[in-house]
Write a protein that binds this ligand. Sequence first.
Ligand code: NAD
Length: 366
Amino acid sequence: MTKKSFTIAVLPGDGIGPEVTAAAVTLLEQVAKQSDVTFQFTYGRIGGCAIDQDGTPLPEETLQLAKAADAVLLGAVGGPKWDQNPGHLRPEAGLLGIRKALGLYANLRPATMHPSLVEASSLKPEVVSGVDLMVVRELTGGIYFGEKKRYQGADGAEVAEDQLIYNEAEIERILRVSFEIARKRNKRLCSVDKANVLESSRLWRKVADRVAADYPDVELTHMLVDACAMQLVRAPKQFDVIVTENMFGDILSDEAAMLTGSIGMLASASLAEGSFGLYEPVHGSAPDIAGKGIANPLATFLSAALMLRYSLGLDAAAEAVEKAVSAVLAAGHRTGDIAPDPSKAIGTAEMTQLVLDELAKQAVAK
Ligand code: NAD
């Protein structure tokens, strides 16, 4: 039988990006060894390293490489070396550029509390233990992309305007992605808006109710964004999947992420139409620890798990990676960012090997 082959564009970026993506590639190679798939890895530059070598944070070659792949795995970009550059020559311009060029409209940010890390949260253990939710944020519409204006008002005072526009099609596609995700999880979807004040939210709610008819197996509820912000810290276990517009999602996804503690553990996915997606850890390039071999690779491993599930349809492999990460944490192994006792912290290579060893015990194919 010929093995199914997937092409993954790896964009390591700057700082710890190359260290954590290299670790994730060894993890994916192990997944391939244990299953009936193969991965072809292609490599491109993005961010500061691309500015240095190609004179632009997003070379055309990188974009073509990404478009030719089944999915993209990205490390992180940025660092002090490029901080004073003009806007178009800053590493972040590469990130915004690739998201736009690839049409990535749905941002997925899971917040999962690993039982052994409960103490790392700033909330009470009984509130956060068992938290397992996903925030789906609309990424290409809303107020961040609306027309912006500055002008002098009639009374001479300066006025600023930001337009918030959503059309039905934009709302429908993010709702459909969210219902599909809820189907793969615990079948509960909470749509968050500000329908008591905003017209765009009233349209959002109407579309959500209409789309819900196609997903009778998923329970849809609505919540106002201010209530959701409170409920996330009061009783976060009530949530399975939260879907919301761009600006609300920006804020709520960071709030939800902090329920679980460390930045070194947080994964993300950005999906386009079809199954294509870009997967990256939430953290930045961590220039303070780059090159020291101590970066936590788990956020990138968990991002790779999202890639296996949402772009490659390899649900069993995704689950196996997540279980392997949980098992290593449960056994008490910690990198410096999550270690209560820094003298016992392990490095990137050791953490990677431990996860590979755990993965070897798991069934990665159905
Ligand atoms: P950061 O996430 O890079 O680091 C914040 C702190 O967390 C640092 O102390 C760092 O050492 C630590 N940390 C982060 N990831 C870690 C990991 N995997 N293991 C262990 N410790 C980890 O945020 P920052 O310091 O504000 O930004 C540094 C650079 O990264 C800046 O240039 C910023 O613009 C860029 N940045 C990029 C992205 C991205 O590529 N998506 C996101 C955020 C920041």
